[in-house]
Design a protein around this ligand. Structure first.
Ligand SMILES: Nc1ncnc2c1ncn2[C@@H]1O[C@H](COP(=O)(O)OP(=O)(O)OP(=O)(O)O)[C@@H](O)[C@H]1O
Ligand SMILES: [Mg+2]
Length: 307
């Protein structure tokens, strides 16, 4: 089980959108995936169509009352994709935990003790836009950090602070924590500023900058209001395509290779389109043009032969 904290203390950069859609793509590629909503705004919970007020247990009970993780895991509509939901009570948790010893390691301990039926390949933790106790819990529990980032003029500004916090957690509480990659989100490829900012991010992070990026796509912005992943809401959109490609890179960065055929089969529609073209081309090449020409050619010698 690899635990990945999806983190950036800057608000609205694409953390929740990335958590949901990378998670859904990995699940569609046959991996068992758990999404954990660590943000009191509950955006992720709503995005996968859960209504936390109807559920008896949320992440708050885990953090405050030591409720075991297995009690909180809910299935989603996507096979293989599970979620630990959150409601607004999580907003009070930082204060409740303020004086508790060991408050940063609660989530780590919950994962160490996890004995649920589903064995997860990947856990994606959607962090809030802040670097408080909740985010600290994510960084201590995680093996890796995934940083969604917008390609704006000021987007690198918070990075020094985030890198500092990651280094501190690494030094004191979680020595094996690693930066998986930085993913540019909501990218507008038409502007020169984008190119410049991407160059700066690349200079700062080197090969930690993802090879893929997520373009600005209105379907990605619409999907949460329907409680749908991008693959349910708009499987043909640029948004779906970008998250498929990044999910492939995500797995590659974990040493798992995904072929085109495997990716297209998971996406469903593309492999059918290809198969049709291939069959069509094959049929055209053999029976249609050749026999009439062949009969015509054969027809000529035979009158010659008879003549
Ligand atoms: N590639 C994209 N193209 C267009 N809109 C997007 C894209 N990615 C995300 N959005 C939209 O931008 C807004 C912010 O995205 P998101 O909620 O994923 O960011 P966040 O970092 O989780 O925000 P917060 O810090 O508030 O938790 C949302 O309305 C989302 O639907
Ligand atoms: Mg969010």
């Amino acid at each position: 089980m690899k635990i990945v904290a999806v983190i950036n203390q800057k608000g609205g950069v694409g953390k929740t959108t990335t958590t949901v859609n990378v998670g859904a793509a990995l699940a569609r590629l046959g991996r068992k995936v758990l999404l954990l909503d660590l943000d009191p705004q509950s955006n992720l919970t709503l995005h996968v169509d859960q209504r936390p007020e109807l559920e008896s247990a949320t992440l708050t009970q885990l953090l405050v009352e030591d409720r075991p993780l297995r009690d909180l895991v809910l299935a989603t509509r996507t096979e293989g994709l599970f979620v630990v939901p959150t409601d607004s009570t999580l907003g009070g948790v930082e204060q409740v935990l303020a004086n508790r010893i060991g408050r940063e390691t609660i989530l780590r301990e919950a994962f160490d003790a996890y004995d649920g039926d589903v064995k997860f390949d990947y856990v994606l933790v959607d962090c809030p836009p802040s670097l408080g106790v909740l985010s600290a819990n994510a960084l201590v529990a995680a093996n890796e950090v995934l940083i969604p980032m917008q390609t704006e003029y000021f987007s690198l500004q918070g990075m020094a602070k985030l890198t500092e916090v990651i280094d501190l957690v690494k030094r004191r509480l979680n020595p094996s924590l690693d930066v998986l990659c930085v993913l540019p989100c909501m990218v507008d490829l038409r502007t020169r500023l984008t190119t410049e900012v991407l160059e700066n991010i690349s200079a700062y992070f080197g090969d930690r900058l993802a090879r893929n990026l997520i373009r600005n796509n209105v379907k990605l912005a619409e999907a949460p209001s329907f409680g749908l992943t991008i693959f349910e809401h708009a499987p043909d959109s640029n948004g779906a395509e970008d998250y498929w490609e990044f999910a492939r890179e995500f797995l590659e960065r974990h040493g798992e290779t995904i072929s085109d055929a495997e990716l297209y089969a998971a996406a469903g529609y593309e492999v059918e389109a290809e198969a049709e073209t291939e069959v069509g081309a094959g049929q055209e090449a053999a029976p249609d043009p050749n026999p009439p020409v062949a009969t015509a050619e054969e027809g000529q010698p035979s009158p010659d032969g008879t003549a």
